[in-house]
Design a protein around this ligand. Structure first.
Ligand code: C2E
Ligand code: MG
Ligand code: MG
Length: 693
C-alpha cells in the first residue's frame, strides 16, 4: 500500500494577492524550481491554507490597514494556521509598515524591488524552519494521541516510504515484543482477520483517496498467541498541496470486551460470565454466605463430530443445545458460551447446596435428546463440572479453575459423567505436582528400590518366584508406596525410564540368585504399566536388559493389568507376542477389576492370571465371593491359564483356594515385599516361608 512519492507539504509556497511585485516574485521562485502557486485572490488563499494546514504564504501589503495584514491577524488566531509561515512583501523603506506586519504575526518581511538572491535565501531559510516546525507538530500530535488514550496503541505511517511507527503499547496489544519486526503497513494488514480484510483495505483506500474524512474500522486482528481479538482502528491523514496523503496516523483500541455476545449463538460470552461471577463474589462477600455456583458443560466427542459432519454442522448443534438449555433455566441463571465445545451456567441464587447438581441434571435431560439437522441426526452427551462459589474465591478465574478441575475429573470417568469440585481435589493436584517434581530427581539420586514379594506354589508349598515391587525412599517423606507415585510417573511419562530401571534391577537380582544356586525355575515378575505398553521401545528395552543380564528362558514374568491391555487390544496382542518370543511369561494382573471378556483372554498370549486381592478378601465374607473365585479358576483352566491368587493373608484363604484348585498364591501370609537380602535365608538356608515374616 503505497500512495506514490509526493512532494512533502513543506515545499509549497503560495503567492497570494494582486500586483506586479508578487508576479515578479512568483517568476523568480518558479524559475528556481520551487513549487509555487499563484493565487490572485486573498480569500481563495485563506481557503487553501485552511484546507492544507501547511504551506509558506507570501502576501503583499501597501499600508498598515491593508487587507493582507488583517488576513495575517485572522490566520494567526486560527488553530490550524498558528504555525503557518507568512512573509509580507512591501515597498522599500516602509519601516513602520514592516513593524506592523511583524506585530500582527508575519514571520518575515521582504522589500521590493529586491536583490533576487537575497529574497531566495530568506525564503529558503524560512522553509527550513518550516520543515523543522512541521516535524515538531508531528511529534506533538503523536504525543497528544498517546496522552489521550493511555490504553490505546499508536501508529504512524509515512506513505512516502511505506514505513510505519508502532508504539510500544500497539505492540503490546497484539502480543509483540519491541524486537519483533513490524515496519510496513502490509505486515499489519496481514494480521487482519480474513473476514474483515477486504473491508479494512477498502476503508483505508477510501480515506487515502479523500472519499472519507477519517479512517475508522472495527476488525479482528491476530494476536501473537494466534487468537483473534477485536480492535477499533482510527486514523487521519495529512496531505501535500496536491491533495495526496503523505502520512496517516491514528490509534488502535482493544474492544474485545465490548463484543459481548457469541456470534454463533447470540448468547453472552465469557466476558459477561467473568463479569457476572465477579458481581456474585462481591455480593456474597457482603452477605457472608455463598449461594452461587457454576456448571461447566462440554459436548463429548466434539472432534469426532466435527470430522464427520464439519464445523458448521457442529455450530448448529451447539446452537440447538444452547437453546434447549436456555429453555429450562431460571431467570436468575446465565448461560454463556466459552468456546465451541464448552458452555457455562452461572447459577446465581441457590437455596441449597444440591441446587447445582439439580440444575445439572435438568440440563442433561434437556440437552441429551437427539439433535436432528437436515438429513443427519446425532445423539450427544455432556461432561459436566461444577463448582460452588465460596468466600475464599477472590475472582472469577479461581471459580472457573475449580469447575475446570471438576470437569476434567468427570471426563476421566468417560463421556456423560459429572463431578463437583471439592477443595481436596485441588490439594491432591498440588501434591501430585510436587511428587512429579521430586520424582525427576529420584532416579538420578538413586532413591528408588526394588522390594521382593514371594509367590508360592500352593500344592507343593514351595517358593516359586518373586514379584518385583517398587519403593521410593524419599529423603524427607520416608518410604513412599507405588500406589502414590506410579500414577504420577505414568502421567508424566517418567514411568518409561523408571520401568527400565526396575527391569534391569530385577534381572540383575535374578541372575545373582541363580548364580548363587537358586532353583532353576525360580522366576521374577515385573510390572509393566499401560504407558510402557504404549511406548514403542518396550520390546527393545526388554531385549537389551535380557542380553545384559541373561537368565533362563521363562525366568522373566511380565505383569500387565487388565485395564492396560484393554486400551488397545490389537496392539497389546502384538507386543505380548513379541515379549513371549523373547522367552518371557505373561501374566494378567489385577484380574477381575477391569472389564475384560473371555474372548479377550483367549486372544492374548497369556500364561498366568492373577486374581485381584479384592476377590480373595471377598471370599471370607459372602458365599458368592468364593463361588466367583471358583468360577474364575475354572474359566482359567479351560483357557489353559495358570492362576495366581493375590493378597492371601489368612490360612483359611489358602485352604479355600487350594480346594478350588488354585495353583499359586501371593500375600502377606508368605511375606510382605522386602529387600532382596532378607530373602537370602529362605532361598539358601531352608528357612520356611510363613506368617513369621
Ligand atoms: P500389584 O502388581 O497388584 O502388586 C501387588 C500389591 O499388593 C503390592 O502393593 C503388594 O504389596 C500388595 N499385597 C501383596 N500381598 C498383600 C496382602 O496379603 N495384603 C494386602 N493388603 N496387600 C498385599 P504395592 O507394592 O503397594 O504395589 C501396588 C501396585 O503398584 C502394584 O500392584 C503395581 O500395580 C504397582 N507397582 C509396583 N511396583 C511397580 C513397578 O515396578 N512398575 C509398575 N508399572 N507398577 C508397579
Ligand atoms: Mg503386580
Ligand atoms: Mg495385582
Amino acid at each position: 500500500m503505497n500512495a506514490g512519492i509526493a512532494p512533502a507539504f513543506t515545499d509549497a509556497i503560495i503567492v497570494a494577492g494582486q500586483g506586479q511585485a508578487l508576479d515578479d516574485l512568483f517568476a523568480v521562485l518558479t524559475e528556481t524550481g520551487l513549487p509555487t502557486e499563484r493565487v490572485a485572490d486573498l480569500i481563495e488563499a485563506e481557503g487553501q491554507i485552511e484546507e492544507r494546514g501547511q504551506a509558506l504564504l507570501v502576501l503583499f501589503a501597501a499600508s498598515p490597514t491593508d487587507e493582507a495584514l488583517r488576513m495575517v491577524t485572522r490566520l494567526r488566531k486560527g488553530l490550524n494556521s498558528a504555525t503557518l509561515p507568512i512573509v509580507v512583501l512591501m515597498a522599500k523603506g516602509r519601516e513602520e509598515l514592516m513593524v506592523r506586519a511583524l506585530e500582527v504575526g508575519a514571520d518575515d518581511c521582504l522589500e521590493t524591488p529586491a536583490y533576487p538572491p537575497l529574497t531566495l535565501a530568506r525564503i529558503r531559510a524560512l522553509m527550513g524552519r518550516l520543515r523543522e516546525m512541521a516535524e515538531g507538530v508531528d511529534q506533538r500530535q503523536r504525543f497528544d494521541l498517546v496522552v489521550r488514550g493511555a490504553g490505546d496503541g499508536i501508529w504512524d505511517w509515512r506513505l512516502t516510504d511505506d514505513s510505519v511507527y508502532f508504539s510500544p503499547r500497539w505492540r503490546e496489544l497484539l502480543g509483540y515484543q519491541p524486537e519483533d519486526r513490524f515496519s510496513a503497513m502490509d505486515d499489519w494488514l496481514a494480521l487482519v482477520h480474513p473476514e474483515e480484510s477486504e473491508m479494512v483495505k477498502r476503508e483505508m483506500r477510501n480515506h487515502l483517496e479523500g472519499i472519507s474524512l477519517a479512517f475508522q474500522v472495527e476488525c479482528r486482528l491476530r494476536h501473537k498467541s494466534q487468537s483473534y481479538r477485536w480492535f477499533l482502528i482510527r486514523g487521519t491523514s495529512q496531505r501535500d498541496p496536491y491533495g495526496h496523503a503523505t502520512r496517516m496516523a491514528g490509534s488502535l483500541t482493544d474492544i474485545s470486551e465490548r463484543k459481548l455476545t457469541d456470534p454463533m449463538t447470540g448468547l453472552p460470552n465469557r466476558i459477561v460470565l467473568y463479569d457476572r461471577i465477579n458481581q456474585a463474589i462481591i455480593k456474597t462477600r457482603r452477605r457472608k454466605n455463598s449461594n452461587y455456583g457454576i456448571i461447566l458443560l462440554q459436548i463429548d466427542r466434539y472432534e469426532t463430530m466435527r470430522e464427520a459432519y464439519g464445523q458448521s454442522f457442529c455450530d448448529n448443534v451447539q446452537r440447538v443445545v444452547a437453546q434447549r438449555i436456555v429453555g429450562i433455566l431460571r431467570m436468575t441463571d446465565t448461560l454463556t458460551i466459552m468456546s465451541d465445545t464448552t458452555m457455562c451456567i452461572l447459577v446465581d441464587v441457590m437455596r441449597e447446596d444440591t441446587d447445582l447438581v439439580r440444575v445439572a441434571q435438568r440440563v442433561r435431560g434437556a440437552a441429551e435428546e437427539p439433535v436432528s439437522l437436515g438429513e443427519e441426526s446425532v445423539m450427544l452427551t455432556l461432561s459436566i463440572g461444577m463448582a460452588q462459589g465460596s468466600t475464599h474465591h477472590i475472582g472469577a478465574d479461581e471459580l472457573i479453575k475449580d469447575a475446570t478441575a471438576a470437569l476434567n475429573k468427570a471426563r476421566q470417568s468417560g463421556a456423560g459423567h459429572e463431578a463437583v469440585f471439592d477443595p481436596d481435589m485441588q490439594r491432591r493436584a498440588r501434591d501430585r505436582l510436587r511428587i512429579e517434581a521430586d520424582l525427576h530427581q529420584a532416579l538420578r539420586r538413586e532413591e528408588l528400590r526394588v522390594f521382593w514379594q514371594p509367590i508360592v506354589e500352593l500344592g507343593r508349598n514351595r517358593l516359586a518366584g518373586f514379584e518385583a515391587l517398587l519403593r521410593w525412599e524419599h529423603p524427607t517423606r520416608g518410604l513412599i508406596s507405588p500406589l502414590e507415585f506410579i500414577p504420577v510417573a505414568e502421567e508424566s511419562g517418567l514411568i518409561v525410564p523408571i520401568g527400565k530401571f526396575v527391569l534391569r534391577e530385577a534381572l540383575h537380582q535374578a541372575r545373582a540368585w541363580h548364580e548363587a544356586g537358586a532353583p532353576r525355575d525360580l522366576f521374577v515378575s515385573v510390572n509393566v504399566s499401560s504407558r510402557q505398553l504404549d511406548s514403542p521401545d518396550l520390546v527393545e528395552a526388554v531385549t537389551a536388559a535380557l542380553s545384559d543380564h541373561p537368565v533362563p528362558v521363562g525366568c522373566l514374568h511380565i505383569e500387565i493389568t487388565e485395564s492396560a491391555v484393554m486400551r488397545d487390544v490389537g496392539r497389546s496382542q502384538d507386543v505380548l507376542k513379541q515379549l513371549k518370543a523373547l522367552g518371557c511369561h505373561m501374566a494378567l494382573d489385577d484380574f477381575g477389576t477391569g472389564h475384560s471378556s473371555l474372548s479377550l483372554l483367549q486372544r492374548l498370549p497369556l500364561d498366568y492370571v492373577k486374581i485381584d486381592r479384592s476377590f480373595i478378601a471377598a471370599m471370607s465374607g459372602e458365599f458368592s465371593g468364593e463361588s466367583m473365585v471358583g468360577a474364575i479358576i475354572q474359566i482359567a483352566k479351560i483357557l489353559r491359564l495358570t492362576v495366581i491368587a493375590e493378597g492371601i493373608e489368612a490360612e483359611a484363604d489358602e485352604l479355600r483356594l487350594r480346594a478350588l484348585g488354585c495353583q499359586f498364591g501371593q500375600g502377606y501370609r508368605y511375606g510382605k515385599p522386602l529387600p532382596a537380602p532378607q530373602w537370602q535365608d529362605v532361598l539358601f538356608a531352608n528357612r520356611r516361608l510363613g506368617v513369621a515374616q
